[in-house]
Design a protein around this ligand. Structure first.
Ligand code: SAM
Length: 260
């Protein structure tokens, strides 16, 4: 009977793959890979004789929605054929990644065993590289275009992390970059909660042991013209202190006067 495991390879080549994920790869019948770097594919090929790249499914001018569907089809076709299938995705397979969640849900709906094995995501690297603890002030994560296209209530006393900021404002799901004019609309939106001279960070984790982390501090007003790549994550630090909730403090004190 076929089965599916979606594993994360982590962000850095050769450094982040967990032992459970590795064992799944070694014991699979077929391994599909969607990773950020062709070198990572070569590395995985050393662990298994049948490693198939999902990268060609990102054909030019194809909507990413169609690409994700094609990925799910590729994985499920082999599961239905009775194989033990592994989908290896860079970072964490369930973090800002649709295909692995969709493939697992589909496989389960068809009665197959399907599980996800976590990996080290860009988020994990960001906390380490930038020295941020998400528990200190709280931390909000949004996909940049979704953040623009829907009404959100953000808390400027917490960190704000915007994923896919290089694609901010893209509704076609076909582009890898958006224009400065589109990004300016993101700046204008952020400027409703943050001063224009607020410092933000363009972050790129190192994906090879020899490559450098990018942690570029920028002024919010200049963001539209900054270098923002498909793999850039934007970090917006808090711009105001935590506001005490006096009413709730009073209610807690009424329950237990010693609890102050
Ligand atoms: N599943 C991935 C993970 O666990 O990190 C995230 C995939 S999501 C489709 C792509 C987004 O992840 C990028 O637009 C960027 O925000 C972030 N990302 C990917 N690679 C990155 C890197 N090297 N450094 C920082 N952020 C990265």
């Amino acid at each position: 009977r076929g089965s599916l495991v979606c594993v994360g390879t982590g962000m850095m080549l050769g450094a982040h793959l967990g032992p459970r994920a590795r064992r799944h790869i070694e014991h699979a019948d077929v391994v599909f890979v969607a990773v950020s770097d062709p070198l990572v594919e070569l590395w995985l090929q050393q662990m298994h004789p049948d490693v198939r790249s999902l990268q060609p499914l990102y054909a030019e001018d194809r909507s990413r929605r169609d690409t994700y569907e094609a990925m799910v089809d590729a994985l499920l076709t082999e599961v239905r054929a009775g194989r033990h299938v592994v989908g290896a995705f860079y970072g964490h397979p369930g973090v800002f990644a649709r295909a692995p969640h969709a493939a697992i849900a589909q496989a389960r709906a068809e009665g197959f065993d399907a599980v996800m094995e976590p990996g080290i995501s860009a988020e994990d690297c960001l906390y380490a590289d930038l020295g941020i603890d998400p528990g200190t002030f709280g931390c909000q994560h949004y996909e940049a275009s979704q953040f623009m296209l829907f009404q959100r209530r953000i808390d400027p006393s917490a960190y704000l992390i915007l994923w896919q900021v290089g694609l901010a404002g893209d509704r076609s799901l076909r582009r890898t970059h958006t224009s400065p004019a589109e990004r300016q609309l993101l700046v204008d939106l952020l400027a409703t909660d943050y001063p224009l001279d607020h410092e933000v960070i363009a972050y790129e984790a190192a994906t090879l042991p020899i490559s450098q982390v990018r942690r570029e501090h920028l002024i919010l007003a200049t963001l539209a013209h900054a270098r923002l790549e498909p793999h850039t994550t934007l970090v917006v630090p808090p711009c105001r202190p935590l506001q005490p909730n006096l009413a709730l403090r009073e209610k807690l004190a009424a329950l237990d006067p010693g609890n102050t």
